[in-house]
Design a binder for this molecule. Sequence first.
Ligand code: NDP
Ligand code: BG6
Length: 526
Amino acid sequence: MGSRAPAITMRNDSFSDGDSVRGEPLSEKTETENASEIGCLSVIVLGASGDLAKKKTFPALFNLFKQGFLQQNEVHIFGYARTKLSDDDLRNRIRGYLKSGNGDSSATSEVVTKFLMMIKYVSGSYDDESGFVHLDKEISEHEISRKSNQGSSRRLFYLALPPSVYPPVCKMIRHFCMNRADQGGWTRIVVEKPFGKDLASSEQLSSQLGQLFEEPQIYRIDHYLGKELVQNLLVLRFANRLFMPLWNRDNISNIQIVFREDFGTEGRGGYFDEYGIIRDIIQNHLLQILCLVAMEKPVSLKPEHIRDEKVKVLRAVTPIEDDDVVLGQYEGYKDDPTVSKNSNTPTFATVILRLHNERWEGVPFILKAGKALNSRKAEIRVQFKDVPGDIFKSKKQGRNEFVIRLQPSEAMYMKLTVKRPGLEMSTILSELDLSYGQRYQEVVIPEAYERLILDTIRGDQQHFVRRDELKAAWEIFTPLLHRIDDGEIKPIPYKVGSRGPDEADNLLKKAGYVQTHGYIWIPPTL
Ligand code: NDP
Ligand code: BG6
């Protein structure tokens, strides 16, 4: 096993609910607080037979195990789903998704085998008590068998399931699978997006879950909040004097937050057709990024202080105008047999959000997301205004831009006009470039899910969506979504492998974005 990090059971590495950020405990822990973070840990993946579980959840747990965060003698992992599988069947399903990283194939790697032996499978339905009684029995047996268990038992339930089954599953957990209160420890649940389909359904889901669990027990995961450069936003903005005076309507012309994928719905057509690109990407991933880009400085790094500021941003968003929306649907989308033949679901959308507050009045936030486009990338592009009284105007190459590339090739670069090197006095657009692959060659950037699961075990809710945040996010998009669902706004067809509909680029121009022709940033090679 690697030695990159201490185990989560070590004292100085443990944090209590809502009180700290990773790596910097803000207060000394009492013995009782520490006790709730030691002892045996059971991670229960519900929907273990599914796509997310095998591609993301189990691999993230494996990576944590590999790095020493999950100790073999204290942690046990349970898979739960309806499909009849043996322990080995489940292990074989996920084996191929685990990368040992030491050159061994996953089939022969010792670390993979050790990890897989920590996993047990329990089959049962999602609304019937017998399965959950059985699950509880298995978890309890594991808890009793752990010699190092100092009285507390920690149970983390990860719902890798369609949201339609969250209410019955949560009810079953509440009634049959909670940790024993007399033993200390905790029970937490992780729920995946989409949290509802609109404001009403989301609120209904929230209140159903709220009747069963307290807010500090509920972790609404948005995996974009676990990405390295998204987590860097807070540091970048509030630890650098450089940005403070510039980050406002006086200097910034427009901000784009972009998600592009170069593949279509890939086997998830049934799910996607019900939700569409706004619910799948914009209402959650891109909006969360917008909050971090636009929020005011929180009074501290406590999760509640940060989330308070994010909610204020969402509440400042004005109703979306029709003229600020372009929808697209890629040609061939409806050929997928799981997609309705007359589907009105957008696979592409550009939506401009406008904030009515002192810092951002007049600055368009352009959120753009699309599937089956010409490239795969996610980035934040902050475009500054033109230089007033520009004496180089006739020679100028383009505006200053600060680009944060979330993926692939994590980087930040600042586009600057400089003198073209040489005898002549002319200008050229260049960049100050912080490419992570080059600058941090020794660092393995963790997967978002890996980081977020670790946060759930540590009880740090900073990178999870709070209930009022979720409500405010749905309030922004629900009127538009209802109009799309009713067929009042139609997506424009676009070719697979294109930039999306031309109308989207026209909207970008209208919003004030000035494209720099002839400039391409090339990620440095090692
Ligand atoms: P799946 O469709 O693969 O479902 C997961 C498991 O849930 C299935 O193996 C199945 O297990 C059970 N299940 C499926 N449909 C139903 C149903 N109608 N009623 C009861 N049980 C059902 O989903 P994913 O793994 O793709 O996603 C799980 C959650 O994660 C969803 O909320 C999804 O939106 C979210 N998500 C998924 C991502 C991905 O890349 N896949 C990315 C981000 C979020 P069994 O029949 O064995 O009980
Ligand atoms: C998920 C969406 O939340 O994010 C998918 O449901 C999308 O449609 C995925 O493909 C993208 O995640 P990432 O981390 O690969 O950018």
